[in-house]
Design a protein around this ligand. Structure first.
Ligand code: PAF
Length: 281
């Protein structure tokens, strides 16, 4: 494994490679878990060269406490990456490398994809994500870039970003990886107590039940049913439940047969914010 910390070094290293047109990028904020490992394994299987970036991007945090509490575990991350393949390039830049002048986001028009759900509850979040992902894609120039479907809205926005900025890369979404109890893997799970980590499995159980109901009931009824389940839960606080077509992410008013829908949820467990989603049909 090669650990690179500056843009200059990374550029020089990539420039010298033969296989520049078969390069996979896995952007991460570190605190790697099994979900990240699955992305990296897939990138290794599909590309001759793989770059994993580790950078906790300040501009995508709307909540300073969340940024402060975000786990930073570089030594453990490098071990996980080294166990997947020995020749992975790890790019772990310092903040000044990625934000040379001001630590500030670009402003994007994502065609409304950023105005709902995570975008509505986390002001400026997707401009921050767009800024850093655009910077990484233009620096690394990967053939393929890998993102988890746990952040499904992010995935759709990154596809839109490559379209509006004309970035020639294949964006690959990878399925959500879950803990044994069904809780989606997230770096934030580490902040949950053992008992809360078990209780939080309620989120996925409820999504699975919602999926079943969606077969026979309206989207509005399903959302109301989910809200009730969380009202009755003593420890978990629902922030939102939304059902939308997979492509527009606009809240559904009426179901159509030939459209693919997904349910999206954000929940607080103690002070930890967890998100998840499920394909409904
Ligand atoms: O999904 C993440 O970890 C981050 O949003 C990403 C894509 C690495 C950008 O900072």
């Amino acid at each position: 494994m090669l650990l690179i910390k500056t843009r200059k070094q990374l550029k020089e290293h990539l420039w010298a490679l033969d296989k520049k047109d078969d390069l996979g990028l896995v952007p991460t904020m570190g605190a790697l878990h099994i979900g990240h490992a699955a992305l990296i394994q897939r990138a290794v299987a599909e590309n001759s060269v793989v770059v994993v970036s580790i950078f906790v991007n300040p501009t995508q945090f709307n909540n300073p406490e969340d940024l402060k509490n975000y786990p930073q575990t570089l030594t453990a991350d490098l071990e996980i990456i080294g166990n997947i393949a020995k020749d992975i390039i790890v790019f772990a830049p310092h903040i000044q490398e990625m934000y040379t002048e001001k630590v500030k986001s670009e402003s994007y028009d994502f065609d409304g994809l950023d105005k709902v759900m995570e975008g509505a509850f986390r002001a400026g979040h997707f401009d921050g994500v767009g800024t850093i992902v655009e910077a990484l894609l233009t620096l690394v120039k990967p053939t393929r870039a890998y993102f988890g479907e746990k952040d499904f809205q992010q995935l759709q926005i990154i596809k839109k970003l490559t379209e509006i900025r004309n970035i020639p890369v294949e964006i690959i979404g990878c399925p959500i990886v879950r803990e044994a109890n069904g809780l989606a893997y997230s770096s934030r799970n580490e902040r949950l107590s053992k008992s809360m980590r078990e209780k939080a499995s309620f989120i996925y159980r409820t999504l699975k039940a919602a999926k079943k109901k969606f077969g026979t009931e309206s989207a509005i009824n399903v959302k109301e049913w989910v809200k009730k389940q969380f009202e009755q839960h003593p420890d978990l606080k629902l922030e939102y439940i939304e059902i939308t077509p997979t492509n527009t992410l606009k809240p559904v008013l009426r179901k159509y047969k030939n459209i693919k829908y997904r349910a999206f949820i954000a929940v607080y467990a103690e002070d930890v914010r967890l998100i998840d989603n499920i394909a409904l049909n």
